[in-house]
Design a protein around this ligand. Structure first.
Ligand SMILES: Cc1ncc(C[n+]2csc(CCOP(=O)(O)OP(=O)(O)O)c2C)c(N)n1
Ligand code: SF4
Length: 286
């Protein structure tokens, strides 16, 4: 928050600024700041932790602005532009994005198997199951949230995909689809899958297996070579553990399997498996 503020005031900020980098809060310095101001803006990433304390039990008698009163968005990270708006600088041209700059959100690599998985999954879901929701997870495949796929409805933390899909299915949502990576699955998705099995939840779980932990740099993945066995061991019916190779030539087969497993009332697992092209390229080079 401090750095974003300073980006907006390269010549120095015209308001008193207190940079907090400690807990418990530095009450003496805070009181000095409060005495010299009519209102306070809290620029804080993550949860409005300091802001709540200033409003609440520290009980300061002046206006506190930040995420709670809508001066800053309640979700998402701070950035120089959101901070500029919060300090009332939004219309100043020096903070506008030059027209020459194209938005370039991160994207899945060209040739990535997650792409083929999302292409087929979204084609089936958007065309044939408009009431669907896709609960995803943390990894390269989270980028399926971006265009052109726009395939993901939720992403919370490692392992949340399967449990959220189960909760939604229990609540009556159909089809409830989870998309999780092989590494995230063995990190914290297996427990959720066991829960689905124990209660025969009507969920379709896609374990997009690129045989590595790609997002963090291509480390080994704990379940490589054993994903089907793990699913079977947790109690998923072997006939509803379907392995596919995510390649264009297999799109029709993949779409048919996705349909079949969505139509199946119970726990099904689809495993699109093809190695991450980045780790594959590194291996080949070696
Ligand atoms: C609790 C927790 N531990 C570790 C991480 C770091 N992390 C981010 S993505 C990821 C795993 C990604 O691997 P995988 O699910 O196989 O997806 P891929 O990136 O290979 O597509 C990890 C460990 C995290 N986000 N949260
Ligand atoms: S690093 Fe690997 S898994 Fe990640 S987007 Fe690229 S090809 Fe896909």
């Amino acid at each position: 928050g401090y750095n974003y503020l300073m980006e907006n005031y390269p010549e120095g900020c015209e308001y008193p600024v207190l940079k907090i980098g400690q807990y418990p809060l530095p009450k003496k310095q805070l009181n000095q700041l409060i005495e010299s101001c009519d209102e306070i803006l809290v620029l804080e990433d993550g949860q409005p932790f300091v802001e709540k304390q200033l409003k609440g039990y520290l009980g300061i008698g002046i206006k506190v602005k930040g995420r709670l009163d809508g001066t800053l968005s309640q979700d998402g990270e701070l950035n120089p532009d959101s901070v500029a708006r919060a300090v009332g600088k939004e219309n100043k041209s020096e903070f506008g994005i030059p027209l020459v700059v194209e938005m370039r959100p991160p994207a899945l690599c060209e040739g990535c198997g997650h792409r083929d998985m999302y292409t087929t999954l979204t084609e089936v879901l958007k065309e044939e199951y408009p009431s669907h929701k896709v609960f995803s997870d943390i990894g390269c495949y989270t980028l399926g949230a971006n265009a052109p796929f726009n395939a993901i409805n939720s992403c919370v933390d490692m392992g949340a995909s399967i449990t959220m899909a189960k909760g939604a299915a229990d609540g009556g949502l159909y089809p409830a689809v989870a998309v999780i990576g092989d590494s995230t699955f063995t990190h914290s998705g297996m427990t959720g899958l066991l829960d689905c099995v124990n209660e025969n939840a009507n969920v379709t779980v896609v374990i997009s297996d690129n045989e590595t932990t790609a997002m963090t740099g291509g480390q080994d993945s704990a379940g490589t070579g054993r994903i089907e066995a793990i699913c079977a061991g947790l109690g998923v019916e072997p006939s509803h553990i379907r392995v596919v190779v995510p390649l264009k030539k297999n799109y029709e087969e993949m779409k048919q399997i996705i349909r079949e497993e969505i139509e199946y009332c119970g726990v099904s697992v689809i495993i699109p498996r093809r190695e991450c092209i980045q780790t594959l390229a590194r291996k080949k080079k070696k």
